[in-house]
Design a protein around this ligand. Structure first.
Ligand code: SAM
Length: 333
């Protein structure tokens, strides 16, 4: 039995306590979102390059052992990966892990909501950028909106709560739908979060032309609906929350560009090929797969993580340099 008081705590050079790990279990996705992975620049990583489930579980366990409390499984699209429920079950068993969540495009959620809940997932985030069938298909490179809506209904039915809907807002593409998204929160306990478009990877559209800062959206929605600020719930991270009068759900704004929140960053990312990514917006990474496969001990791997943490940047520099080495799907959003 591990003793909670003996945990080493991960803290970086700027006194940020790091307790959140996002694990991208695959770079593959069944959608081709224009702002994420519109084209395959380098092809999928080979089976051999990708961490095996037992390797993911080992790295996750030792990182929980040094202070990670929450893990989010992401991708690529995690629900297209064979055996994902088995992985979730194993992660849910990691001693002292306080929360296990998952991010998905929800195209397969109708089938997976209940197995995920049973396997131990606490929360699910869903990416959905249009409520219009044709536009959804255009943004996602052929996705079927009905599958997503059915997935959302099923997730609500099985009690995956709170259910967050993430919308990447792009000028001239889906910014005409903000009010429709807000209306979703009226009679459903959904948290709709508008995320600022970030310049990561090789995008299919111009970031400069499509980026919209959250304060403009907030102003428009406040004029239209009236927005009531609400308290943050645990696990909310950097989102700023509001609700409209009488609504069951809430609206959030996530503003990595206009409201630089890196001083509160508490996260690390593990890429599908086993690299520890220290900052979403900077390319510095530490390869953990190589030492893992060369037989490094748990203590040696923990030491590597702690050393890498000392080089975690103060914050992203999207305004200076676009990190285009990896697509978002190969980092873990
Ligand atoms: N396939 C899953 C999904 O669609 O949710 C998980 C992976 S996806 C890369 C994770 C998140 O990254 C999504 O919420 C997506 O909207 C976000 N994302 C990807 N590229 C982005 C960008 N350029 N700017 C802002 N968010 C982005």
């Amino acid at each position: 039995m591990m003793d909670k008081d003996k945990l080493q705590l991960l803290e970086d050079n700027y006194h940020r306590r790091i307790d959140y790990l996002r694990i991208s279990i695959t770079d593959m996705c069944n959608l081709r979102c224009i702002y994420c992975q519109p084209i395959l620049t380098t092809g999928w990583k080979s089976h051999q390059e990708i961490l095996r489930y037992e390797e993911i579980i080992r790295l996750a366990s030792l990182m929980v052992n040094i202070g990670i409390k929450r893990i989010r499984v992401t991708g690529g699209e995690p629900l297209i990966k064979n055996g994902v429920i088995h992985l979730i079950e194993e992660l849910a068993r990691v001693e002292l892990l306080e929360e296990l969540s998952l991010t998905t495009n929800a195209t397969k959620l109708a089938q997976f909501a209940w197995p995920l809940k049973q396997a131990g997932v606490n929360r699910v985030n869903i990416s959905l950028d249009s409520l219009n069938k044709e536009k959804y298909a255009q943004i996602t490179g052929g996705g079927n909106l009905n599958n997503v809506l059915t997935g959302i209904e099923e997730a609500l039915r099985v009690g995956l709560d709170p259910l967050k809907i993430n919308v990447v807002v792009m000028k001239g593409i889906n910014d005409d739908e903000l009010e429709d998204f807000v209306r979703l929160t009226v009679d459903k306990p959904l948290q709709v979060r508008f995320i600022e478009f970030m310049p990561i990877g090789n995008l299919g559209i111009s970031w400069v032309e499509r980026y919209l800062p959250s304060f403009l959206l907030k102003e428009r929605l406040a004029n239209y609906f009236g927005l009531i600020p609400t308290n943050s719930l645990s696990g909310n991270g950097p989102a700023e929350y509001y609700r409209i009068n009488g609504a069951m759900g809430r609206i959030g704004f996530i503003s990595p560009i206009s409201n630089y929140f890196c001083s509160r960053c508490n996260r690390l990312r593990l890429t599908p090929d086993g690299h520890l990514r220290l900052c979403l917006g900077m390319e510095s990474e530490l390869d953990l797969k190589e030492p893992l496969r060369q037989g490094a001990s748990d203590d040696e791997l923990k030491e590597l993580v702690m050393q890498a943490l000392r080089t975690k940047p103060t914050g992203h520099q999207f305004h200076l340099k676009q990190p285009n080495g990896r697509q978002m799907a190969a980092i873990g959003g």
